[in-house]
Design a protein around this ligand. Sequence first.
Ligand code: ASP
Ligand code: MG
Length: 416
Amino acid sequence: MTSRPIADRRPVVVQKYGGSSLSTAQQIQNIAERISQRKADGVDIVVVVSAMGDSTDELIALSDAVTNGQTPDAREMDTLLSTGELVSSTLMAMALKATGYDAISLSGVQAGIKTDAVHGSARIADINTDRLRLELDRGRIVIVAGFQGLAESGDITTLGRGGSDTTAVALAVATEAERCEIYTDVDGIYTTDPRLTNQARKLAEIGFQEMLEMAVLGAKMNPRSIELGAVYDMPVYVASSFSNEPGTLIHGGEHTMEVRKAVTGIAVDRNVGKITVRGVIDRPGVAAGLLQPLADAGISVDVIVQNASSDGTTDFTFTVAEANVNQAADVLGADSKVQHTEIVEGSNLAKVSIVGTGMENAPGYAAKMFSTLAGIGANIDMITTSEIRITTIISKDQVQKAVQALHDAFELEKSE
Ligand code: ASP
Ligand code: MG
C-alpha cells in the first residue's frame, strides 16, 4: 500500500501524555476516551506516551539492585528503560481498540526514529515516517512509545529523562502536524509560580524564547523540546490531561493578545549557590583560569560578576547550583592556578528574573524592577541581563515578597 497523496491528507495532530496521566489502567482508559474525542474532529492523530507513573524510576531502581549500585551497562540500560514506554503504548492501543477505534502502537524503532549513539541522552538525527504515514492512511490512531529511538549500530537508545516531549515535538515536525499538544499534570504556563502568589495568571500564549527562559517554572517542560519547537517553528500547546480547561500555546509568531505587555512572567530559581574568589590579580586569563577547572569537573557556572578594585586585584563572583557550592570551592582551592587570597561560599540565595520579549529596546524595566525590590527591602546581590530577561540574585527568604511585589508592579494579573 502506498501513502495517500499529500493533497488528500487530513491534518495531523500530535498529542503527548505524560506518565502521571497514565498511572493506572483506569487513567489509560480515560485518556483513550480523550483521544477518541479528538479523532472525531476529523484529524489524523499521533499519540506519544511516557511510561506509566513512576515506572521509569522503578526500572532504574531495579538496575541499581542487580548491579549492587554499580553503573549499569549503558546499552542494556537504554533497552531496559525503553520498555516502560512500550508498556504504556501497547496498553493505550488496546484500550482504544476495545472501545471500537482502530489503533496501533509503534516502538521508537518502528516509528523510524533514528538517533545518535549517545546512550542515556541520545539526540534524534532523523525520522523516517513511512510506516507512520501508512498507518495514518489506514485510518488508524498511531500510538508511539516516547523517549526512544535506534542508533545506527542497531541498538536502542533513550533521549534522557523527560525525553517523550522531545519525541512528540520531533514527530510533529516530521509529520508536518498543525501543532504538538502536550497534556500533563499542570494545566498551562503561568505568569509565575502560583504557589508564590494567588495573583499568578495562566497565559493564553507565550513565545518560544520567553518559554525557554521560564522553563524552570512549574510547566515541567523539557527545554530540548521547546528548542526543537523554536527551530522548526512548531507550535506547542500545553494543557491539563485531566480537564478541558484551555492551556497555553507556546509559539513563534507575534503575540496577538498580549502584544502590549512588555513583561510576560517572573521566573524563580531557588537552587542557587555563590562563590566569591577574593584578591585575584587583575590580568588576562584570570576568568578562564578560574572557570576551566570547574568546567573540567562538570560544574556549570551561571551568573558571573567581576568587581575591579583600585589595588590591581579583583573579586570574582559566580553562582552554581546550590548542591555544587562545596565541590566548586574545593575544586578551585585544589586546582586553580589563579592566585587568590580567599574563597568564600554563599548560600540561601535565589534567582528572580522578569522575562518578556517586549522589554527589548524598551528602557526603564530594569529601573522599575530594582526600585520594586528596594521597596520591599530586598538587597540585590548580583544582576545579569539578556535581551529578554533581567535577573537578580536576592536572599531566598525574600523570594515570595519579591515575586508578589514584581507581579503587582508589572501588572501581570491583567491580561492587557
Ligand atoms: N519515561 C521517561 C522518564 O520518566 C521519559 C518521559 O517521561 O518523558 O524520564
Ligand atoms: Mg516519566
